[in-house]
Unconditional design. Structure first.
Length: 300
């Protein structure tokens, strides 16, 4: 494989594009919005600058990575000649089905179609394509350039050849691929989301506050980040979508989203992306934190 198309320039899409480009692949980053493309490329450049500053890559590595990425705002133009297409659009089943139906019509016959979905059935997505045996799940973790795991999800019809190709490709990216079967939430979110949801229930029931809940999980369970802070970074709307997919798939009350999560999403408090979730990420809060750190660092 030489040429990879990535659909969606958001958090996951630009991270996937960054990872492939840094590994020497030609990447076609596609989004319907030029503004989204610009934001995605800016994020990639910022993340590469951070890696240069830490001595993980050189300035030349950064420039080569950026030069490996070509941007498009038209799917049909962007996927021409691609060996693999990785869809990283919003976690919405109707949108994904629409995208894969289009990809089936415009991609080369031998192209592998992968989705970065974190919960939606690969079999369902593959069913709208002409070649379901060439459809597979590649669930990267956020932040993609750093996190090692890739969940490789086989749909009911995914071929052994395609699975092996994607497993081998993931290794070339410096990742650790783990093959799982096609059930709602797969492995990562089937275990993670109920924990996040239970943490929100714990807050909702007044057992403890946000920081207290996160502190217990960080210091008591050795988690690098508390579940409520993690939910903010994932996006509360994404957490809600995944829980709904699992609840619809299993019909089990344990996957029913907490009312507090539902209300926060309806109120537009989505976490880091909106500036507020369980924590405040607004510019005023950042300025207040910097001022406080400066004051505390002064010697009298």
């Amino acid at each position: 494989m030489n040429t990879i198309a990535v659909i969606g320039a958001g958090t996951m899409g630009n991270g996937i594009a960054h990872t492939f480009a840094q590994s020497g692949f030609t990447v076609k980053l596609i989004d319907i919005s030029e503004a989204a493309i610009e934001r995605g490329m800016k994020t990639i450049a910022t993340n590469l600058d951070r890696m240069v500053a830490k001595g993980k890559i050189t300035e030349d590595d950064k420039l080569k990575t950026i030069s490996n990425i070509i941007t498009y705002t038209d799917v049909k133009d962007g996927v021409v000649g691609c060996d693999l297409v990785v869809e990283a659009a919003t976690e919405n089943v109707d949108l994904k089905l629409k995208i894969f139906k289009q990809l089936s019509d415009v991609c080369d016959d031998n192209a592998i179609l992968a989705t970065n979905t974190s919960s939606i059935s690969i079999t369902q997505i593959a069913a709208v394509t002409k070649s379901p045996e060439r459809v597979i799940g590649m669930h990267f973790m956020n932040p993609v350039p750093i996190m090692k795991l890739v969940e490789i999800i086989r749909g009911y019809n995914t071929s052994d050849e395609v699975t092996k190709t994607i497993m081998d490709l993931s290794v070339k990216l410096g990742k650790v691929p783990t093959e799982v079967n096609d059930y709602p939430g797969f492995v990562a979110n089937r275990i993670l989301m109920p924990m996040i949801n239970e943490s929100i229930e714990t807050l909702y029931n007044g057992v403890a506050g946000v920081e207290e809940i996160d502190t217990v999980m960080k210091l008591g369970m050795a988690h690098p980040m508390g579940p409520l802070q993690l939910a903010d970074f994932i996006g509360l709307d994404v957490c809600l979508s995944i829980l709904n997919v699992m609840y619809d798939g299993f019909k089990n009350p344990k996957y029913a989203p907490c009312p507090l999560l539902v209300n926060m999403v309806m109120a537009g408090k989505l976490g880091v992306k909106s500036g507020e979730g369980f924590y405040d990420y607004s510019e005023s809060k950042k300025a207040e934190k910097v001022a406080s750190q400066f004051k505390n660092s002064k010697s009298y």
